[in-house]
Write a new protein. Structure first.
Length: 276
């Protein structure tokens, strides 16, 4: 698996610290370097020289305080001191800091934390995380706070079998499965519990690509895609859910707020996203 640089945005909250723990697990497996970042946005509209003079000491104090928090992570997060890592504080919007780090650090994967207790993407992940997932050109691993160890053995890949532009885009899924010796269930949620035969060509491509990995094709009946996927994952003791968000409407269906289901379906396992 060709992942050499892992980015972990952190605000030092419990769920973001947990993401650092998971990144350490991955770093040990991959030999990858971890890049920790924190960001603060300071509005400076029409600021004169006097205003700049006032804010500069505040920024220096912020950077000193953040450096102390980064140093504290070395003691708090088991194994962090044993893997290659660096940290940086950015004075910018969080999303801008992430983009800058992605470009300057040649990031191969982003690991982010979530409380994992909400039923819509924006509530579950927050605006920044959901935007990163939608447009990042590297795999994004979102880890619920309750998950303390990343060692997936059963993976559910949510698929609607619309045309996949390049089968090689499934490489992050394949690589994770190989790395952790996991099996993959390729799950299609339908209203009639039947496999969509019109999409057999795409399933054949997936089958061939994953030939060296234990995998199966599954269908589950539910008129609510999100509910059907999460119910399948829970019944089958799934350790991770994977999906391709950019061109697959399935992603939006899963995380779109449902008006017909009153039960909140929170993500309870890590979510891996990667783009076509």
């Amino acid at each position: 698996m060709n992942i050499k640089n892992i980015l972990v945005p952190t605000d030092f909250s419990p769920c973001s610290k947990n993401a650092v723990r998971i990144a350490v697990d991955l770093s040990k497996k991959l030999g990858a370097k971890i890049h920790l970042i924190n960001a603060i946005h300071v509005p400076t509209p029409h600021m004169d020289i006097g205003g700049q003079a006032m804010i500069e000491p505040m920024l220096e104090e912020y950077e000193e305080e953040i450096d102390k928090k980064f140093d504290a992570l070395d003691e708090e997060i088991p194994g962090l001191k044993d893997v290659k890592h660096d940290h940086r504080a950015y004075v910018s919007f969080t999303i801008d800091a992430i983009y800058t780090a992605m470009e300057t650090k040649k990031i191969d994967m982003i690991v982010m934390g979530t409380k994992g207790s909400h039923d819509t993407l924006e509530k579950l992940l927050g605006g920044v995380s959901s935007e990163v997932i939608r447009i990042a050109d590297v795999p994004v691993l979102v880890v619920p706070e309750a998950i303390k160890k990343f060692n997936p053995k059963k993976i559910v890949f949510a698929a609607d079998f619309n045309k996949i532009e390049s089968i090689g885009r499934l490489s992050p899924l394949k690589d994770i499965a190989e790395l952790f010796e996991a099996e993959i269930a390729i799950v299609n949620v339908t209203e009639d519990d039947k496999f969509p035969f019109s999409r057999l060509v795409e399933s054949f491509k997936v089958d061939k690509f994953l030939k060296n990995i234990k995998h199966s094709f599954e269908t589950t009946k539910n008129d609510d895609v999100r509910a059907g996927l999460f119910e399948f994952a829970e019944k089958n003791s799934t350790d991770m859910i994977a999906m391709m968000p950019r061109k697959h409407s399935l992603f939006e269906k899963i995380f779109k707020s449902s008006v017909t289901k009153k039960v909140a379906m929170g993500v309870k396992v890590p979510l891996l996203t990667f783009h076509e």
